[in-house]
Design a protein around this ligand. Sequence first.
Ligand code: AMP
Length: 418
Amino acid sequence: MKFRAIKGTKDILPSESHHWQWVEATVRRTMHAYGYREIRTPIFEQTALFARSIGELTDIVSKEMYTFLDRSNESITLRPEGTAATLRAYIQHSLETQSSLTKLYYIGPMFRQERPQAGRLRQFHQFGAEAIGSSSPQLDVEMMLLPLHIYRDLGIQQFNLTINSVGCEKCRPTYKERLRSELMRVYDKLSPDSQRRVETNPLRVLDSKDENDRELTASMPLIGDYLCAQCSSHFNAVCELLEMSKVPYTIDYRLVRGLDYYTKTAFEITSTALGSQDALAGGGRYDLLVEELGGKPAPGVGFAAGIERLLLVLSRTNALHIHPPVPDLYIVALDEEARTVAFQKAIELRARGIAVELDYQGRSIKAQMREANKQGARYVLVLGSNELVSGKGMVKEMVSGKEYEVFLEQLELPKGLE
Ligand code: AMP
């Protein structure tokens, strides 16, 4: 029987894992610069946590979650996103008692049973951040600057930032009703997905990708005209801060994201290098969610960004220049005795933090030299009976061809290796 990875999941092979490490290191460095600390939550949670936070009627909860009963008959779900679990942990561990503003980030796999295609997987990876405890529009903008900073550091030049305000519990209901009644007039002509949403989440009908839906809703009222004074001034402040930060952005009053918990700001970052699945990152404010999940009321804002899509953009724009790690030194051994010494020297050097590789398969000198070359070793040391007798050997720098004499007893390597 042949086993294969499950549809929509992918192995990250050694030929690409260094790209992932580079992205992750950039994420960590940037998060640190903005004052965010890492949180690692379990990969599965009680199903109700996601249903309550993301929204029962959203696509994610109604048709994409990996949900199962465990052996104690408890309903468990593999996390489809990072915010719910992060907030659950924030509440459970009373993180608000440690500081009045909690800034957290995460990196890890998420799970959604979507139809796999380029840039859409069933197990995919996100990095994201959450700031809980302040309603300052500066934090909304920080959530946009963070991923953009990371993209720039990684070498992505082209992206579009789109923002909107989805209002709050005061102004959104009035707008929702108005929009719903307008949508009812064209109900029969809407796509089945949009028809379903007229009742459950009319704002998402405006976000439909269906051309006909777009035409039908082209002149319908937009949320921008219905925002209450507070939401409106918050939105203006966000726009001003973006201008101050010299970040180009577009306002799209039709932008609604696929999660129900947003209040006020919602945003998305897209890349034209991606095709139909063009979203690189998204986020927004969720001022009611902490309370909704049973915590003391606290405003919050966050974002999540897909790593597979980011790597796809980098590879499509030829911006993946990172090389795989190479050994500092390859020890070529000519006979059995030399192999033992080579092994011993490798242990000593590795203990000093030097990456050493050697042959474990009894191969010829030629094959060992070929291997050292193939692996891109920076230096090669050849050990044979002459070297063992004299206690000295030659270390060759592969790029320049220069050779250095070294004592085997106290192996001093060229500067820069240690
Ligand atoms: P969301 O949690 O839906 O706001 O998504 C945030 C980001 O995660 C998106 O902009 C994508 O980059 C990424 N993403 C979401 N779903 C998938 C998926 N099924 N496969 C790959 N990446 C995804």
